[in-house]
Design a protein around this ligand. Structure first.
Ligand code: NAP
Length: 577
């Protein structure tokens, strides 16, 4: 078939990067610096990835700066944040600044959605196609699509008949939607729903929140970054960027190296008060080391959270719905949520909470939502904050086909197989970041991304230096990596929650640990080891002497993790983040 007339081909490209968020921009900058030809195809009209798309009311990052930014000195030395937890607009300004400062935009095609990619073994190149019909043939395909590129809209009957305005939060119109004086329904109480409710609660005429599981929300303790704080932040930035690679979650705080019940109740409570007052993720990632493996310890922690939260609420029914007596799921097994005045909103007289486990959403009517108790809730605006087909969905929604023609979607239909959470057998010269079986959602994004991208870039350099044309994960290596992921997560309470962490939020999706739960230092050391071994666990083709390299990984990782001695690192599973 003849290509469409607007088709352009580019057979010179070393790497095509899909996505202009943290990982895509980092790759573009670093690979270009190494002398490779690189382009980014980005489906949005601007940079920032999730931060471009997620412009819903109240959108804000809940990892604090400067942990949540690039470690590139050229960038941070001249950038000043205004808040400890910047909002979405400030983050977009940051990405614009990054684009200009590093001169990245000239190599990014915006409004360019990649729809398909096929590996051609005769040329050892990918053929990548976009929605617009553009075709490029890079040597390497780098999927920097993030963990939240595929939105999830539950199959609510009648949604198309709703006569008001409705949007999924990640498809929120870039122009503001005026909620003032409106009747608004919000479905979902994850990080996104909590932020929407907090922001619009004081503005709307009436708010109805449909909650299936209560969020376990922690105090964000937002503060402005004044000049003194800014100076201090910049003085410490190099230390912070090094330190974040040494902690389990990629932040600058480690779990306490003691078990919850090994200290007195008084000591425990004072420690928790201290972590609580620090705000942000400190309470989640800096807690006692056993809270994610010991249910009793987890319950004790939950009780502390519950009592703190109930004290914020005036209505006993709201107290029980929002902070139930018994923990609805282990603390940390769903991603902890940050809040400022979320609970205060539920003290307002115009705010209603519908328990969607008792009165479930039966259908969307032209006027609103009909729940199974026969009540029709009427709205002008409906906010769908139901999350994403996370971690794998952004990759599998592209029709990517490997050596034998099988698609990645078909390959992962029964479960995810990756080598090191960045590659998968049958898909040579393809890398993905911040995706499945890497620390991803259990870690600070920029920390994980920079470690992975640096490894990938060194691998591409190694292949080029050695005139290698193909790198492909072996089946044995990915089986080993999957087993390791299972065994580490299996020792935790992560599997006890229905969460996007394990795919159980999407009907029909295999339920399995989607994130590597062994922590950043262990992950980093595993990557380094493979590199030092000449990419053991991969098949490398095209060596100048005509001999191909092949290797398969060994089981030592599993053993080390089980013994808790991984390279001298505390390899105990991390607190969910
Ligand atoms: P989410 O955590 O998956 O939450 C989705 C919500 O929708 C849950 O409360 C879920 O209930 C509910 N839901 C799903 N299907 C439903 C149905 N059929 N009926 C009723 N309720 C339903 O998604 P999210 O809040 O968009 O957050 C996703 C992730 O994005 C976060 O965990 C976080 O990592 C990231 N994020 C970060 C920030 C930030 O940095 N500030 C902000 C927003 C998001 P159940 O819990 O019962 O399934």
């Amino acid at each position: 078939m003849a290509p469409p007339s607007n088709t352009t081909t580019n057979d010179e490209l070393d790497a095509l990067v899909v996505g202009a968020g943290f990982s895509g921009l980092y790759h573009l900058y670093q690979l270009r610096k190494l002398g490779f030809s690189v382009k980014i195809f980005e489906s949005g009209s601007g940079m920032g990835g999730v931060w471009h798309w997620n412009c819903y009311p109240g959108a804000r990052v809940d990892s604090e700066v400067p942990l949540y930014e690039f470690s590139i000195e050229e960038l941070w030395k001249d950038w000043k944040w205004t808040e400890r937890f910047p909002d979405r607009n400030e983050l977009c300004s940051y990405f614009d600044y990054v684009g200009k400062k590093l001169d990245l935009t000239k190599d990014i095609s915006f409004n360019t959605r990649v729809t398909a990619a096929r590996f051609d073994s005769s040329t050892e190149r990918w053929t990548v196609t976009t929605e617009l019909g553009t075709i490029v043939r890079p040597r390497f395909l780098i999927l920097s699509v993030g963990f939240a590129a595929k939105i999830h809209i539950p199959d609510f009957p009648g949604l198309d008949r709703f006569q008001g305005i409705w949007h999924h939060t990640a498809n929120w119109p870039q122009q503001e939607v005026d909620v003032k004086g409106k009747r608004v329904g919000v479905i979902g109480t994850g990080s996104t729903g909590v932020q929407v409710v907090t922001d619009i609660g004081p503005k709307v005429k009436h708010l109805t929140v449909f909650q299936r599981s209560p969020a376990i929300a922690l105090p964000m303790n937002q503060t402005k970054v004044d000049e003194e704080r800014h100076q201090k932040m910049r003085e410490l930035s190099p230390l912070i960027y090094s330190r974040r690679k040494q902690t389990l979650s990629g932040h600058n705080i480690q779990p306490i190296p003691q078990d919850t019940f090994s200290v007195s109740r008084e000591e425990r409570y004072l420690t928790w008060e201290d972590l609580w007052s620090r705000g942000g993720l400190n309470f989640a990632v800096g807690n006692y080391r056993d809270v994610m493996v010991n249910q009793e310890a987890n319950d004790e922690l939950y009780a502390f959270w519950r009592d703190k939260t109930r004290a914020r609420l005036t209505n006993p029914t709201m107290q029980e719905k929002l902070a139930p007596t018994v923990s609805p799921y282990p603390f940390g097994a769903k991603r902890p949520v940050m809040e400022g005045s979320y609970y205060d909103v539920f003290n307002q007289p115009n705010v209603e909470l519908v328990d969607a486990t008792e009165a479930h959403i039966q259908e969307i009517t032209p006027k609103g939502i009909l729940t199974s108790d026969g009540i029709e809730h009427e709205f002008d605006i409906l906010v769908i904050a139901c999350g994403f087909d996370s971690v794998t969905g952004g990759i599998t929604q592209i029709d990517i086909r490997g050596l034998d023609g099988t698609s990645i979607k078909e390959k992962w239909a029964g479960g995810v197989y990756t080598n090191l959470g960045m590659t998968t057998a049958n898909f040579p010269n393809m890398f993905f970041l911040y995706g499945p079986q890497a620390p991803t959602a259990l870690s600070n994004g920029p920390t994980c991304i920079e470690i992975q991208a640096d490894w990938i870039n060194r691998c591409i350099q190694y292949m080029t230096d050695n005139k290698l044309t193909r790198i492909e994960a072996t089946r044995e290596a990915e089986q080993e990596w999957r087993d390791l992921n299972m065994s580490v997560a299996g020792g935790t309470l992560l599997g006890k929650a229905k969460s996007w962490y394990n795919g159980s939020n999407i009907p029909g999706k295999p339920v399995e640990p989607l994130n590597f739960a062994g922590g950043i230092p262990y992950y980093k050391s595993a990557l380094q080891e493979r590199e030092d071994q000449g990419y053991k666990g991969f098949i490398l083709l095209g060596s100048p002497d005509g001999k191909d390299f092949a290797g398969s990984c060994e089981t030592e990782y599993k053993t080390e993790i089980a013994n808790g001695h991984a390279k001298g690192v505390n390899a105990e599973p991390i607190v969910g983040y």
